[in-house]
Design a protein around this ligand. Structure first.
Ligand code: UT7
Length: 317
């Protein structure tokens, strides 16, 4: 039905090391490297989410040899846009000078897979020939920088892909949501209504680390096994599993439980931390540009996060 014809990414220049973080909260480089696998992350100093989305989109369009006017849809995902409206998708359309419809969705860290699933519907209806999908985040703006349980994990960045109809590269998917606002949540600003009587938490990322960790390992394993069984494949048939980059130990546990080795999983968490909806398209772009994906390779993308939403898909490159 569709395949990926180009990828792109963008991360801000400013690097924040674990040592720099340890001057802000009670943490240290050794703990973060051992327990999470992150050495540094990027933090935006002047770019909004849509600026980063635009730069990743430009890179993907160039990689796909496409122009903005070739696009039939732009779909973005974020939890950290500068506006609720216009959406990041509308801002990317404006910055690119494109004229196609543009819409945004929110499925937290799993959102890139929801973008592919949404695009699949548009392709199936023959409403599009080319779709740009972008996951972009300025999580530094929604983090509590005094909370060492979250501020050491997240980073800013954007990843994008251009999808084209015609070739069957999106083979199968699994999507699961269990509505839950206890394990991970990002409250919105409560506003200033003089009529509203309830209170809310601070408008930053709140996360129960260990619960998220357990949920992450089991959702990766369940989703990967479901895709393999549904498609009569084994892990030997899969060139790479590209997981949401949340914690290196989550990947280690999942690899062990799936009876495979870590090198089956592509990882770049050491350099960027967890960039939520941008993490999978950034990883995909790095793999693609490094020449590590060959036509015909099977890849599994797998993600989990706030919602709680988890998803995975099987792609033939
Ligand atoms: O994309 C959304 C999905 N998010 C995730 O997948 C995140 C999943 N969860 C995690 O990655 C991990 O749970 C964390 C990285 C958040 C925390 O790691 P953990 O191994 O679960 O640590 P913990 O909360 O069990 O804490 C262990 C110890 C505690 O000390 P005591 O009580 O054993 O003395 C914590 O106080 O480590 C301490 N600790 C820290 N020490 C230094 C917790 N955070 C830190 C820190 N630096 N940043």
């Amino acid at each position: 039905m569709f395949h990926i014809i180009g990828t792109g990414m963008y991360v801000p220049e400013r690097i924040v090391t674990n040592d720099e973080l340890s001057t802000m909260v009670d943490t240290n480089d050794e703990w973060i490297k051992q327990r999470v696998g992150i050495a540094e992350r990027r933090v935006s100093t002047e770019e909004w989410t849509s600026d980063m989305a635009y730069k990743a989109a430009l890179a993907a369009l160039e990689n796909a040899n496409c122009k903005p006017e070739d696009l039939d849809y732009i779909i973005t995902a974020t939890v950290s846009g500068e506006y609720v409206s216009p959406s990041t998708a509308c801002m990317v359309q404006k910055l690119l000078g494109a004229t196609c419809p543009a819409l945004e969705l929110n499925a937290a860290c799993s959102a890139f897979l929801f973008l592919l699933e949404t695009a699949a519907g548009l392709f199936a209806r023959k409403k599009a020939n080319k779709i740009l999908v972008v996951g972009a985040e300025r999580l530094s703006g929604i983090m509590d920088w005094s909370d060492r349980g979250t501020c050491i994990i997240f980073g800013d960045g954007a990843g994008a892909a251009v999808l084209e109809s015609g070739v069957d590269g999106y083979l199968d998917s699994v999507v699961t949501v269990q509505g839950n606002d206890e394990v991970i949540k990002i409250p919105t600003n409560i506003g200033c209504s003089p009529f509203f009587t309830k209170e809310n938490d601070t408008p930053y990322i709140h996360m129960m680390g260990q619960e998220t960790f357990k949920y992450a390992v089991s959702s990766i394993c369940n989703d990967v096994n479901t895709l393999l069984a549904q498609n009569n494949l084994t892990l030997d048939d899969i060139r790479y599993i590209v997981p949401h980059q949340a914690n290196k130990r989550i990947i280690d546990f999942a690899a062990k439980r799936l009876k495979t080795t870590e090198d089956k999983f592509y990882m770049n968490i050491e350099r960027y931390g967890n960039t939520s909806s941008a993490s999978i398209p950034i990883a995909l772009d790095e793999l693609h540009r490094a020449g590590k994906l060959n036509p015909g390779d099977y890849i599994i993308l797998t993600a989990f996060g706030g919602g709680l939403a988890n998803a995975a898909c099987l792609i033939r490159w």
